[in-house]
Design a protein around this ligand. Structure first.
Ligand code: HEC
Ligand code: HEC
Ligand code: HEC
Ligand code: HEC
Ligand code: HEC
Ligand code: HEC
Ligand code: HEC
Length: 339
C-alpha cells in the first residue's frame, strides 16, 4: 500500500513539486555531500560538464570500411565529427550518460523526432573509446549510420526519453521540437524520497518519503523501477543471457538468502545509498556474517565471501556486473548457481 501510494506521487507530480538537491542540502548537508559523490548523482550530464570531459576528445579512429570518427572540443563544446570518401558530418554532442565508473555513452538530438546514441562509448577500465553496447555487430551503410543508432525521442518501448527517465530526477518530457525538458540531471534526492517542495516548507516527517520504511520485496520493486523489478510470476527469464545479470533485483529475489530470511535481506543490507559503492570483496564479509557467522565449508580459511558466492559477469568486456543471485557456483558457471 505504502509503495503504491509512493509510486503514485512519483508518477503524477509536476516539475514544480520538486525543489532539487541544492534545496535539500540546506537542511541535510551530510546526506547531500555524500550523495553528490555517488554514481547516481553523476549518471547524467550535459556532455562538456561531465567530470571526465577532458578525456573524450581524441584522434581519428576508423570504423568499418572507411568511416573516420572522432570527438573534438571546440569553443568549450564537445562535437562528434565523421568523414568518408564523399561526406563530412559535424554535430554537437549534447548528453553524457553514465558516471564513468564503468562507461560514458553520448546522445544528441537530431531533429523533432529522433535522437542519436553515438557509436563510440568511453570505457573507464581501458581509458579508451570502443563501440557502445549493442553497436559492435552493426554494419553501417552510410556515414550517418556510422555515427550511431537513431532512437525515436518518444516511444513507449524504445524512446530515448526512457534513458532520461532512469538517469534523471523528476518529470522528463519532450517539446514539439524534440528538445528535452528535464527537472534535474542525475539520480538525486527526490528520485528516492519523492517530490519535496511541501516537505521543504513544512519540515515534517510525514511530508517526505523514506525507502527505509519499505519491505525488502517492496525495495526490489522500488529500486527496480530503474534497476528492473523481479519478473512477475510465470514470466520466463533467460538465465543464460549474461546482460540480464545487471538487473540486480531480478537476481537477488532468486537467492535462498532473500527467500528464506523472512524479509531481512534487502538492497539496503549491503548498500548505503548515500555513499560510494564499496568495491572490495572484503567490504562485504561483515554483511554476510550478520546471518552466516560460521558457514559450513569443506575447505577452511575462506574469507572473501562474494568472490565465490556473487561472481562477476562480463556480458561485454570491459563492462562487468555482479551476480546478485547469491549461491554456490561451479568454477565455470557464473550465470546461475549450482544450487
Ligand atoms: C528547511 C529545512 C529542510 C529542507 C529544505 C528539507 N528538509 Fe528534510 N527534514 C527536515 C527536518 C527538520 C526533518 C526532521 C523532521 C522530524 O524529525 O520531525 C527532515 C526529515 C527528512 C527525512 C527523514 C524522514 C523520515 O521518515 O524519518 C528525509 C528522508 C528528508 N528530510 C529528506 C529531504 C529531502 C529529500 C529534501 C529535499 C527535497 C529535504 N529533506 C529538504 C528539514 C528539511
Ligand atoms: C531513477 C532511477 C534509479 C533509482 C530509483 C535507483 N537507481 Fe540505482 N542507479 C541508477 C543509475 C542510472 C545508476 C548508474 C550510475 C552510473 O552512471 O554509473 C545506478 C547505480 C546504482 C549503484 C551503483 C553505485 C553507484 O553509485 O553508481 C547502486 C549500488 C545502486 N544504483 C543501488 C540502488 C538502490 C539500492 C536503489 C533503491 C533504494 C536504487 N539504486 C534506485 C538509477 C536508479
Ligand atoms: C530502466 C532504466 C534505464 C534506462 C531506460 C536506461 N538506463 Fe542506463 N543505466 C540504468 C541503471 C540502473 C544503470 C546502472 C547499471 C548497473 O551498474 O547495474 C545504468 C547505467 C548506464 C551507463 C553506465 C555503464 C553501464 O552500462 O553500466 C550508461 C553509459 C548508460 N546507462 C546509458 C544509457 C543510455 C544511453 C540509455 C538509453 C539508450 C539508458 N542508459 C537507458 C538504468 C537505465
Ligand atoms: C538511491 C536512493 C536515494 C537517494 C538518491 C537519496 N536517498 Fe536519502 N535515503 C535513502 C534511503 C534508502 C534512506 C534510509 C537509509 C537508512 O535508514 O539506512 C534514506 C534516508 C535519508 C534521510 C534520513 C536520515 C538518514 O540519513 O538516514 C535523509 C535526511 C535523506 N535520506 C536525505 C537525502 C538527500 C538530501 C538526498 C539528496 C542529496 C538523498 N537523501 C538522496 C535513499 C536515497
Ligand atoms: C539477512 C540474512 C542473510 C544475509 C545478510 C546473507 N544470507 Fe546467505 N542465506 C540466508 C538464509 C536464511 C539462507 C538459507 C539457509 C537455509 O536454507 O538453510 C542463506 C543461504 C546462503 C547460501 C546457500 C545457498 C543455497 O542456495 O543453498 C549461501 C552460499 C549464502 N547464503 C551465502 C551468503 C553470502 C556470501 C552472503 C553475503 C554476501 C550472504 N549469504 C548474506 C540469509 C542471509
Ligand atoms: C548481499 C549483499 C548485497 C545485496 C543485498 C545487494 N547488493 Fe548490490 N552489490 C553487492 C556487491 C558485492 C556488489 C559488487 C561491488 C563491486 O565490487 O563493485 C554490488 C554491486 C551493485 C551494483 C553495481 C553494478 C554491479 O552489478 O556490480 C548495483 C547497481 C547494485 N549492486 C544494486 C543493488 C540493488 C538494486 C540491490 C537490491 C535489489 C542490491 N544491489 C542488493 C552486494 C549486494
Ligand atoms: C573459495 C570459494 C568460497 C569462498 C571464498 C566462500 N565460500 Fe561459501 N561455499 C563455497 C562452496 C564451494 C560451498 C559449497 C559447500 C562446500 O563445498 O564447502 C559453499 C557453501 C556456503 C554456504 C552453504 C553451506 C552452509 O553453511 O549453510 C554458505 C552459507 C556459505 N558458503 C557462506 C560463505 C560465507 C559467509 C563466506 C565468507 C566468509 C564464504 N562462504 C566464502 C565456496 C566459497
Amino acid at each position: 500500500m505504502l509503495l503504491l501510494a509512493f509510486f503514485a506521487t512519483l508518477c503524477t507530480a509536476q516539475s514544480s513539486d520538486y525543489v532539487g538537491a541544492k534545496a535539500c542540502a540546506a537542511c541535510h548537508p551530510k546526506q547531500a555531500a555524500a550523495q553528490a559523490a555517488t554514481g547516481h548523482a553523476r549518471s547524467l550530464h550535459a556532455a562538456e560538464l561531465h567530470p571526465l570531459a577532458a578525456k573524450f576528445p581524441g584522434e581519428w579512429e576508423v570504423r568499418g570500411p572507411g568511416y573516420s570518427l572522432r570527438y573534438r572540443l571546440l569553443k568549450g563544446k564537445l562535437r562528434a565529427q565523421g568523414f568518408d570518401a564523399g561526406n563530412t558530418i559535424d554535430i554537437p554532442v549534447e548528453w553524457a550518460f553514465g558516471a564513468g565508473d564503468q562507461a560514458v555513452t553520448f546522445v544528441t538530438r537530431i531533429n523533432e523526432e529522433w535522437h542519436l546514441e553515438h557509436y563510440r562509448t568511453w570505457y573507464a577500465a581501458t581509458g579508451k573509446m570502443a563501440p557502445t553496447a549493442g553497436h559492435g555487430q552493426l554494419r553501417p551503410k552510410s556515414l550517418a549510420e556510422a555515427m550511431g543508432l537513431p532512437y525515436k525521442t518518444t516511444d513507449p518501448n524504445t524512446g530515448i526519453l526512457g534513458c532520461f527517465e532512469c538517469h534523471s530526477t523528476g518529470p522528463a518530457t519532450a517539446g514539439t521540437d524534440g528538445a528535452l525538458r528535464l527537472t534535474e540531471h542525475g539520480v538525486r534526492c527526490e528520485a528516492c524520497h519523492g517530490p519535496g517542495a511541501r516537505h521543504a516548507a513544512t519540515r515534517t516527517k510525514a511530508s517526505i518519503g523514506n525507502p527505509r520504511k519499505m519491505t525488502a520485496a517492496e525495495l526490489n520493486k522500488f529500486c527496480g523501477r530503474c534497476h528492473r523489478p523481479p519478473a512477475s510470476q510465470g514470466v520466463a527469464i533467460d538465465w543464460n543471457y549474461a546482460w540480464n545479470v545487471r538487473h540486480q533485483p531480478v537476481y537477488l529475489s532468486q537467492s535462498a538468502c532473500f527467500l528464506r530470511s523472512k524479509g531481512k535481506l534487502s538492497c539496503l543490507s549491503c548498500h548505503d545509498t548515500h555513499g560510494p559503492l564499496v568495491k572490495t570483496a572484503a567490504g562485504y564479509n561483515q554483511k554476510c556474517a550478520a546471518c552466516h557467522a560460521s558457514p559450513k565449508h569443506r575447505q577452511t580459511g575462506l574469507t572473501n565471501c562474494v568472490d565465490c558466492h556473487m561472481p562477476r559477469v562480463s556480458p561485454q568486456p570491459p563492462l562487468r556486473f555482479t551476480n546478485h543471485w547469491i549461491g554456490v557456483y561451479g568454477s565455470a558457471a557464473k550465470l546461475r548457481p549450482q544450487r
